[in-house]
Design a protein around this ligand. Structure first.
Ligand SMILES: [Zn+2]
Ligand SMILES: [Zn+2]
Length: 100
């Protein structure tokens, strides 16, 4: 990857890291830990990891690495009836929501 592309990827992931946890947002609750950047995995089991622009903001201790989170038993995804691609879609909708 060129350094220019790297710079764009870092800038994008910085924007994602500054967002609220998309999972907590959709669940309608306040998040209680800082946001981490998660690379979306489309195939179950995590074989195919998305690129740096396919990233999702998730709170570190719960929705990301917690028991019910995307690296846990994925219970929150089941409650929302969403997969990681849906979370990515909701993330981009919010990221660009203010654009007129
Ligand atoms: Zn969360
Ligand atoms: Zn992750």
């Amino acid at each position: 990857m060129s350094s220019r592309a790297n710079k764009r990827a870092r800038a994008h992931m910085g924007r994602i890291a500054n967002m609220a946890c998309i999972c907590c947002t959709l669940l309608g609750r306040a998040q209680d830990s800082r946001t981490e950047v998660h690379h979306a995995r489309i195939a179950q089991g995590g074989a195919q990891r998305g690129g740096d622009f396919c990233t999702i903001p998730l709170c570190a201790d719960d929705c990301h690495r917690g028991r019910n989170g995307v690296h846990g038993d994925r219970r929150y995804l089941a409650i929302l009836k969403m997969d990681e691609l849906d979370l990515l879609d909701a993330t981009l909708e919010r990221l660009y929501g203010d654009v007129r």
